[in-house]
Design a protein around this ligand. Sequence first.
Ligand code: HEC
Ligand code: HEC
Length: 339
Amino acid sequence: MLFTAFIANKYQPDAASLIYDADKMEAPEIPVDNPQTVQGVSLGRLLFYDTTLSINNKQSCGSCHTQALSFTDGKKLAIGTHSDTIDRNSMSLVNMAWSKDFFWDGRVKNLEDLMQHPISNAKEMAKDSVLLIQELKTHQYYPTLFAKAFPEEAISVATLSKALAQFVRSIVTKGPQLPDSLQPAAFFIYADTIKAEEELKLATLTGSYLRLGKMCTPCHTMESVGGEFMANNMIDKNQTELFKVPTLINVLSTAPYMHDGRFKTAKEIFNHYDKNINQFHKVNKHLGLDSIPNTFTRFDREHFEELLQLFTDSNIIKNEAFANPFKQKEFSWESLVKE
Ligand code: HEC
Ligand code: HEC
């Protein structure tokens, strides 16, 4: 059974259960009162895909965070369970374990605290938490699964949030899957040490990749390829607001782009950065950025989509461990309870 395989093969019941490349990334800070466990992650996965979390049983977290779209929804602005339009674009959930600011405006600082927002927000899932906890307590299998995941605690908003946070933290990328031709020219390493300016001028994808290293990694860093802090990328004239730097992993699957979904295509992204990037140091004083010279070439413009394709990590999109268990033929709650 796939679900069991995921439990047996992928996770260990300790904080080390997040699989990441320790050569490139520091260990994430996991809250001491919510360590990753096999039971917590698998319970969180069920809850993430369970439409019981919305008032009319129409939406789960997975409705707006679809695995096939790298946990986004393909819409300009998100649509809630009563068909209300939300004023923000759905965000990717890759590498949340390393994030310190959540939501586009960074207003939430901790993943457990975030969980109640989409569930109880009247425009999103609109579910009353007292009612939800009541339903979980009298559910066919959740009481057993919560008891396994949190043996010392009752079913509550706190344990529900903990389980969801554990599942979300398990969605980890090891970084872009680069073709051999770009190994070991890992652009993030080069980014700091590029000496050979002639390499930057190369009219090849490698050359473009190295140029992106110079221009984009001040914000979209390798560790999570984004998602770590807040910055101003000047999508509005005279903008002073900061927005969360989103991940570039699977960026071709996460359109439309930016907090309000204003850009649809790689071309629009290119045009925006081409025009504005050399002003970024002025509006990001909090980051202490040096000026970012625009070194884009015509080749980069013509191959920009191909370039963004390099940020693909198909493991995020295909890994059964992140998939909707209710859609898997092998899913049976009886076997979960037995384990
Ligand atoms: C109606 C669509 C919708 C549903 C349902 C939904 N989300 Fe979201 N999610 C969004 C939007 C839109 C944002 C950005 C919100 C903002 O910035 O104010 C977001 C942001 C997030 C973030 C922050 C990501 C980051 O990088 O800061 C996390 C984590 C998250 N959602 C998890 C969940 C979980 C877990 C659930 C289920 C309990 C859920 N979402 C349900 C649309 C949705
Ligand atoms: C000063 C920091 C900074 C730099 C440098 C930067 N970005 Fe961004 N980027 C951001 C921020 C902040 C956002 C989100 C802005 C918003 O939503 O309003 C963003 C959003 C994006 C998005 C949208 C992703 C999504 O899922 O919505 C893409 C694509 C992107 N940047 C690509 C790039 C590329 C390519 C470069 C280099 C040419 C680059 N960025 C350089 C800060 C930066």
